[in-house]
Design a protein around this ligand. Sequence first.
Ligand SMILES: [Zn+2]
Length: 444
Amino acid sequence: MSESRSDAASPRAYQIIARCRELALYSEVAGETTRTFLAPSTHSVHALLSGWMKAAGMQVRVDAAGNLRGVLAGEWPNAPRILIGSHLDTVAQAGAFDGILGVVLGVALVEELTARSHTATTFDPKLPFTIEVIGFSDEEGVRFGKPFLGSLALIGELDAATLLLTDRNGVSVADAIRDFGLDPAELPAAIVDKSACAYLEFHIEQGPVLESEGLSLGVVDTIAGQTRMQFIFTGQANHAGTTPMGAQRRDALAAAAQWIVAVEQYATECAGLVATVGKVETLGGASNVIAGNVVATLDVRHALDKVRRSAIAHFINAAQTAATARGMTVTHSTSLDQTAVDLDSDLTALLADAATRAGHAAHWMISGAGHDAMIVARRVPSAMLFLRTAAGLSHHPDENVLPVDVEAALATGLEFLQILRDDKAMLKRFIALTSQLKQEDNHA
Ligand SMILES: [Zn+2]
């Protein structure tokens, strides 16, 4: 998809895209965008973003988890705080927009507010809230195998066990923080201010739905729950030439194949369910040997936990059936069981209202991928806006967004802030909800 200039996008939208592409140049691997938790190139990303933040009138700091935090102070001290954020780390050989776009859009929103306060045409320059733009240091979890290190620090859940995790070079999370020039002892100061009452995250959809519907934006109401499992089918390795077909063969790969097709069929017939066997390995496999042991992964996601759980029960049964039919055994284990997260219904409705006011259809969506919002939502009412992703392609160097869609997101963000500025009762409701979430957290 080209980025040819269209009348519907402002210079600001083109600037946002150019900034994302500029930030993508900072990488730990030459010639591609690979930037894991607190890689040295993160210093350059912080420097660029800090410059833009400061020019927009924000105070900038890097917290002890390496999150970049820019604050535009509201009208009075301790004004309710609206957080806008996403992540600055990437997968290996990433595109230029996953995560970064949400941070750059947050900065652009503040720039728009500041610019409008100078011209003071339509927007009241006085803000009854503080805006904090956050660039999280880790969401993808590439370096330490555990995602969301940045947002966990924000809500005070980056625990001692996590600080001890090591990367493939034996460097711990705590050492990575020190190597970056920060002090893990100061992590408590990374915890979000008590005044925080709402979190907004802009993110590319990373899928084909919005493009197939011909829409710029999607409003996320739920982040799907997710289970990751491993199945081991154990049959009998034997000579491929001398073992006749039929009952004398105990082919673990044939059993796994039957199960994989059963998984696909069930998920196809169950609305909203996605189930994937992404990796299959034949242990000691060879072209002239009947497979004796097969290890297969399973990834299952759905917005309703009960649907996901019953699907898993079905998949375990199907594996047993496939194994038993061939006189074999199968075992399974679970490495991740993440429940679905409903985003705040009122804040999400407000975001949909903002999209409509900005002239865009508010298309409700479920996020099949995990995002920082699912962590922040434990402590602060949260909402998420998806932007159409060209060809649904993400975690790939060709990842792209359209200027008109960036413009749509920017306009929606401005309307979102304007509604909160005008509707004091709404703002108060989110403040009350935040303290309620914190109390529930303390009692949990
Ligand atoms: Zn992301």
